[in-house]
Unconditional design. Structure first.
Length: 363
């Protein structure tokens, strides 16, 4: 049987491993930071009606510029008091935020160019860099997985990257990232600074986000997703806000008609119910904070989190703990950090069962 090594694959992809979050049929899945609450029935009905309408013209190519979707995303982002008005001309969207990131590196990275990241961080950043032939350079973090302006700027000055990836809050640690760090990195760099804000909706109420830094910073890009707080992971819709010139650059590398008409219709319908879709955010924050308290009570060392998950240390044998939970039909995530595991904040019942199984294991 032919193996991967027998094929004429690119040399820089030899020995690489693909994204590997386990996919298992379990009763309680708390491993990939989805919103574990289902989409409300009234939204399902509206999305279904929108899809049925779209199917009447599915024999035609969709709107290549996804105009209506961009207008709805711009309106959604502009709805916060701490966010400047974002115009539709500043919006880009794709099949999940990973494709958005890929477009960024296709346009601004590539062979002979460097992207700077700060691991531990979202694993797809380095994987997408490899896929686009962009050199991935790892910077260092401060104590407790934080990232100060001084540390970040020192890395920028050392590497002189074409693209910088920042994650706010950081995945897999949940660590907040100060706007002062983002602003300092932007001033120190000459290239694109992309802030991955996949978990922005879970930050404390009223907390300013990276969108507030967009005015006057034409190289700043802020990416978001409908996969987390919006409970729309299966629809695969990621997006970003940036200067219109950045959007023009992304048009050069996207495939034509890359967003299907069905995807556009479903996302627009969901955005029309944004307050309903985001109703569970407060409940998820409560479960996250509950995990922080209860995991500490069980003797673990949970890391402060502004996301919808908690990374906890003090795990003597992560693999054994992972397998014990899996035997009870609970799936969490081993992110490869020594003596750490990560768990998504689920429903109250899911959190209770996870904590109960963990507590019994410790007896």
């Amino acid at each position: 049987m032919t193996s991967l090594s027998d094929l004429p694959i690119r040399d820089d992809l030899r020995g690489q491993t693909p994204y590997g979050a386990p996919q298992k049929a379990v009763r309680i899945a708390l491993n990939v930071n989805e919103n574990t609450h289902p989409v409300p029935p009234e939204v399902i009905a509206h999305v279904a009606a929108a899809l049925e309408h779209e199917l009447h013209t599915v024999n035609r190519y969709p709107d290549r510029e996804f105009t209506l979707l961009r207008e709805h995303l711009a309106a959604y982002l502009s709805g916060s008091a701490s966010t400047p008005t974002v115009g539709a001309e500043q919006i880009w969207a794709a099949n999940g935020s990973n494709e958005v990131i890929q477009h960024i590196l296709q346009a601004f990275g590539g062979p002979g160019r460097r992207v700077l990241g700060f691991p531990p961080t979202y694993s797809m950043h380095s994987i997408i860099a490899a896929g686009t032939g962009t050199e991935w350079v790892a910077g260092e973090r401060d104590e407790g997985f934080t990232l100060s302006p001084e540390t970040a700027v020192a890395a920028v000055e050392r590497v002189d990257p074409d693209v910088v990836f920042l994650c706010a809050p950081n995945n897999p640690t949940g660590t907040p990232l100060g706007l002062d760090t983002i602003a300092a990195v932007y001033e120190a760099s000459r290239g694109i600074v992309m802030v991955d804000e996949a978990y922005a909706e879970f930050m404390p109420e009223g907390q300013p986000d990276a969108l507030s830094l967009l005015p006057g910073r034409e190289r700043l890009v802020v990416s978001r997703t409908m996969s987390k707080a919006f409970a729309f992971a299966g629809a695969r819709l990621g997006y970003l806000a940036a200067d219109p010139a950045v959007i023009d650059a992304l048009r050069l590398v996207r495939l034509p008609y890359h967003l299907s008409g069905l995807t556009q219709a479903a996302a627009v319908a969901a955005l029309e119910h944004a307050p309903t879709m985001l109703r569970t955010v407060g409940a998820i924050r409560e479960q996250r904070d509950r995990l922080l308290v209860e995991l500490a009570r069980l003797g673990y060392a949970p890391r402060d989190s502004w996301a919808n998950f908690v990374l906890f240390g003090g795990v003597a044998d992560p693999q054994a703990t992972f397998e014990h939970l899996l035997a009870h039909d609970i799936l969490i995530r081993d992110v490869g950090l020594p003596n750490h595991l990560r768990v998504t904040a689920g429903t109250p019942a899911e959190t209770t069962e996870f904590l109960d199984v963990l507590a019994r294991m410790n007896r």
